[in-house]
Design a binder for this molecule. Sequence first.
Ligand code: GTR
Length: 437
Amino acid sequence: MVGAGRNPFVRQRLCPFDSSLLEIVKLTRMTIALKSTLACCLLAILASAAAAGEPYPADPAMPAYELPDPLKANDGTTVATAEQWKDKRRGEVLELFRKHVYGRVPATKYEQTFHVVHEDPQALGGRATLRQVEVRITRDGKTLPIRVNLFTPNERQQPAPAFLLICNRGPENIDATRQTKSPFWPVEEGIARGYAMAAFLNSDVDPDKHDEFKDGIHGMIDQGARHADSWGTIAAWAWGASRVLDYLRTVPEINPDQVAVIGHSRGGKTALWAAAEDERFALAVSNDSGCGGAALSRRRFDGREQVKRIVTSFPHWFCANFKDYSDREDELPIDQHELIALIAPRAVAVGSASEDRWADPRGEFLSVVHAAPVYALLGHKGLGTTEMPAIGDAIHGDRAHYHIRPGKHNLIVEDWNHYWDFADRVFGRTSQPQPTK
Ligand code: GTR
């Protein structure tokens, strides 16, 4: 375990700000009028603390915690070389996440084919080629189509890097006709920066509802009784992202070694797990992914999503074993910084929103911080700092990025701009934004 004493980030204390809040709470009992006045003041304080340039507010009180050391192998030995990480420890950590958090993909055989159902070489006023493709998974006479919208930039000297969005919102967010231009998938801006833009709906792979794993890919390739480590829906979506990657790697206009997987919220949890399971993803982008994503599970404070809540609200997302850690996060053999470590030495980008306490922005930041020993072992500095940036700022480190945008839980162009800036560095390119019209 990483000792709390040795690690300045691990031990959490009640800060003066929180003590004064307690005082405020006592005072508010005095009179109703005073109560409402103070409540207004408090709201004003919180609102100003969420402004660009301000530090992210201090942590609320929470129990002290210790994080598992990613470099301590299951047999208690210390992992001291890159080879030991790659040959031994990485596999152990991956197995721990399969067993306790996301579940295992079944070994069932299936067929996979790619079908271009629509192509427009002059999309976006000639700037891009649009392909609408079905990745068809077939087994026992049943077919599951994963529908992919792909724009590749027409102006390019070489195969383009690509961003694959796992879309956890409605189809209008990834509109191929571009009649609806959602900031969730800003195709025009991505193409202007030289990136291929691909997207699919997570619901094509597995509908986001608890139906005892009857529909979607579960209904097609699960066999026999479920086990405590059988895959959940996040693992199914991640698997779907890999099937789309299978297709993207066949597209001549795309550089197969420069494909990023990106997702927001439940999609962000999925993007991290997809990149952990599939080392062909060069970059994983997790936007506001929170509990079960980038946020450390052991940071248990009121006002953020914790294991008990997430496995109750979304019983289908994780494997059954994860439920055992409700209110027992300290007993997890891993924590989410090790999910980030599984992506090393590839690149990882984590974004938060300042008003998204439910996702625990600081917990998301600290996961990237605590993955640094693994990045270091593999020759990279990671974030290169342990200081959380001010609201509105971004850290573009060595294979690791973090930013905290002012505002609410969402994926918007401001987030994408940070991710493209970071991807430019990772892929060694300078993509100057071009006018989109
Ligand atoms: C919330 C859930 C989060 C996050 C979010 C989303 O209801 O508590 O874990 O995944 O949904 O996906 O938008």
